[in-house]
Design a protein around this ligand. Structure first.
Ligand code: DAT
Length: 171
């Protein structure tokens, strides 16, 4: 049976993990958090002094994920998307959050100063949306509002419907 491959992307704090885990549970798909995967496997290639965080080794992340991606039935969660092979994904969702809401979420996560400002700017400049639009066919890239619990429920319903339709069309 063919199963879909879904990418959830967007600025840190927009709700990718929350949506991705619940979606995986409801749809019976595998959820992969690329940040966690990199941490577990130490898939890094240096350290960013400015941000005080390790730099992702994109090639090793791709090697690590290749088998899972060949199987399908995967939800990938990451705040970047231009280094994944284009052929990997059937659909890409970019979650979007209003600045003031995102500010509060990131602040309560302990972000402050430059890191907080840069992430808010990333959302204002819709950096991830543009990255997704330039990395994948525009027809498969969709923005979803992610401000409230109602948004979360609606997004879950919508993506579940899409998954069911995809399964019918492809099996
Ligand atoms: P990300 O994985 O994009 O960094 P997250 O899933 O960890 O984001 O969510 C960040 C915080 O926001 C977390 O406390 C849960 C909350 N949250 C996520 N989606 C939400 C929504 N639609 N409505 C209200 N709160 C939400």
């Amino acid at each position: 049976m063919r199963r879909p491959k879904v990418l959830l992307t967007g600025t840190p704090g927009v709700g990718k993990t929350t949506l991705g885990k619940e979606l995986a549970a409801r749809a019976g798909l595998v959820y992969v958090n690329v940040g966690d995967l990199a941490k577990e496997g130490e898939l890094y290639e240096g350290f960013d002094e400015e941000y005080g965080c390790p730099i992702l080794d994109e090639d090793r992340v791709i090697d690590e994920l290749e088998d899972k991606m060949n199987e399908g039935g995967v939800i990938i969660d990451y705040h970047g998307c231009d280094f994944f092979p284009e052929r990997w994904f059937h659909i890409v969702f970019v979650l979007r959050t209003e600045n003031s809401v995102l500010y509060d979420r990131l602040e309560s996560r302990g972000y402050k100063g430059k890191k907080l400002q840069d992430n808010i700017q990333c959302e204002i400049f819709q950096t991830l949306y543009e990255e997704a639009m330039s990395s994948y066919r525009e027809e498969i890239v969709h923005q979803l509002p992610s401000n409230t619990p109602e948004d979360l429920e609606r997004n879950l319903d919508q993506i579940m419907q899409w998954i069911e339709q995809w399964m019918k069309d492809n099996n």
